[in-house]
Design a protein around this ligand. Structure first.
Ligand code: MYA
Ligand code: JJ1
Length: 388
């Protein structure tokens, strides 16, 4: 059934429930000298490129490929439209490898037709911190689908990750592959219900009028928590401590240091937003919330071309109830004119989703590890990891 994935060191469907299999790496590392030194073969019309993301032209090419060919919902009404600034940020965290930004061009026309990325990350699984690659942005041009190009892309990124002496990876997908370590649900909180309904993102509920719906989703003009403010550079040490303590309770979570927090969580306009609560008395940082910006192109609507979505990222509450903290996050997202606030049911998110009027979406997100077996699938609330 899965001609490619059956050959890979991932948990296989036939092994589900086999308690004799140990947790941990499936295959042992091989000496680097035994890693294939040349790229995998592509069909003759195509060639590999390493994408230099510091070049504006390259950034534009990747942006154009993704904006026309990346992930859509199941009814092809919306397509993720990551901004150039977002992509540059996502591809270049501390210690990134340029060789993990992989493109495929048509030799004759030089047109970019496929892409995949990896970035390095330390991910803790139970009490083991593992050097991994986070694999994302796998994309094959619509006209080249179903030609088995994706397995070649995946094998090539695997080879280049191995060359850096890294043997595990984490990735997410909307499709079921062998085999998810967790399956999460997307939830959506309407901020601009009229537009969401007009573009077909949501529907008027039963026995609801437009004006009742608008009233239902109304939010206060300004945030309510005393000491709630935007995160700044000098907050990095305090936020790192808060986040590390919080993430330590999850079965799978990133092992963030201060450099990671500065990169992934320091606010970057229209890319990532982070807020914290600084106690007005003690000036301690007690709570933190963040979201990233991922617009979607609205396919085939007369009136609107873009849906602006905020995606819940990492949130930590120690003093302010999580519900109140996230309500403040919704208020700032509304102030900034986002149409919808999205969240997965990971970490402690279940505790606020229903009360803050999020509704379940039609999309699921499956989380995977490569070359690392987890004995039982995890509950979403055991996951402390959000990929972009
Ligand atoms: S998830 C986002 C994926 N991108 C999209 O959904 C964008 C729109 N779609 C496309 O561009 C294409 O449909 C893609 C497939 C490129 C997805 N992850 O070439 P094919 C398997 C893994 O004929 P196409 C993200 O970015 C499929 O089961 N495998 O198909 C994370 C089949 O294998 P098998 C996938 O439709 C990516 C084979 O590919 C996915 O033309 C993580 C068919 O190939 C998928 N999302 O192209 C990648 N979709 O026969 C794995 C299909 O066995 C990383 N397939 O069922 C693994 C770790 C690597 C590093 C390891 C280091 C140690
Ligand atoms: O956004 C998603 N679904 C929306 C739109 C559905 C349009 C028709 N298919 C949705 N809307 C309902 C909102 C409603 C608001 C009021 C309360 C009740 C709910 O459900 C979905 C997620 O739900 N998104 C996708 O399908 C996009 C793909 C998701 C997989 C992503 C994989 C990428 C991984 C890369 O690493």
């Amino acid at each position: 059934r899965h001609k490619f994935w059956e050959t890979q060191p991932v948990g296989q469907f036939k092994d589900i429930g086999d308690t004799s299999l140990p947790e941990g790496p499936i295959e042992l590392p091989t000496p680097l000298s035994e890693v294939k030194q040349e790229p995998y073969n592509l069909p003759n019309l195509y060639e590999w490129i390493t994408c230099d993301m510091s070049s504006e032209d390259m950034c534009n090419e990747v942006f154009n490929l993704l904006s026309n060919n990346y992930v859509e919902d199941d009814e092809n009404m919306f397509r993720f439209n990551y901004s150039k600034e977002f992509l540059c940020w996502a591809f270049q965290p501390p210690g990134f490898f340029k060789s993990w930004h992989i493109g495929v061009r048509v030799k004759s026309s030089k047109k970019l037709v496929a892409f995949i990325t990896g970035v390095p990350a330390r991910i803790r699984v139970r009490d083991e911190v593992v050097n991994m690659a986070e694999i994302n942005f796998l994309c094959v041009h619509k006209k080249l689908r179903s030609k088995r190009l994706a397995p070649v892309m995946i094998k090539e990124v695997t080879r280049r990750v191995h060359l850096e002496n890294i043997w595990q990876a984490a990735y997410t997908a909307g499709v079921v592959l062998p085999t998810p370590m967790a399956t999460c649900q997307y939830w959506h909180r309407s901020l601009n219900p009229k537009k969401l309904i007009d573009v077909g993102f949501s529907r008027l509920g039963a026995r609801m009028t437009m004006s009742r719906t608008i009233k239902l989703y109304k939010l206060p003009e300004s945030t309510v928590t005393a000491g709630f403010r935007k995160m700044e550079l000098h907050d990095v040490p305090a936020v790192t401590r808060l986040l590390r303590t919080y993430l330590s309770q999850f079965v799978v979570a990133p092992d963030f240091d201060e450099n990671d927090v500065e990169h992934w969580l320091l606010p970057k306009e229209n890319v990532v937003d982070s807020y914290l609560v600084e106690s007005p008395e003690t000036h301690e940082v007690t709570d933190f919330c963040s979201f990233y910006t991922l617009p979607s192109t609205i396919l085939g609507n007369q009136n609107y071309s873009t849906l602006t979505a905020a995606y819940s990222y990492y949130n930590v509450s120690t003093k302010t109830p999580l519900l109140q903290l996230m309500n403040d996050a919704l208020i700032v997202a509304k102030q900034k004119d986002y149409d919808v606030f999205n969240a997965l049911d990971v970490m402690d998110n279940e505790s606020f989703l229903k009360e803050l009027k999020f509704g379940p979406g039609d999309g699921k997100l499956h989380y995977y590890l490569y070359n690392y077996r987890i004995r039982h699938a995890l509950k979403p609330s055991e996951l402390g990891l959000v990929l972009l």
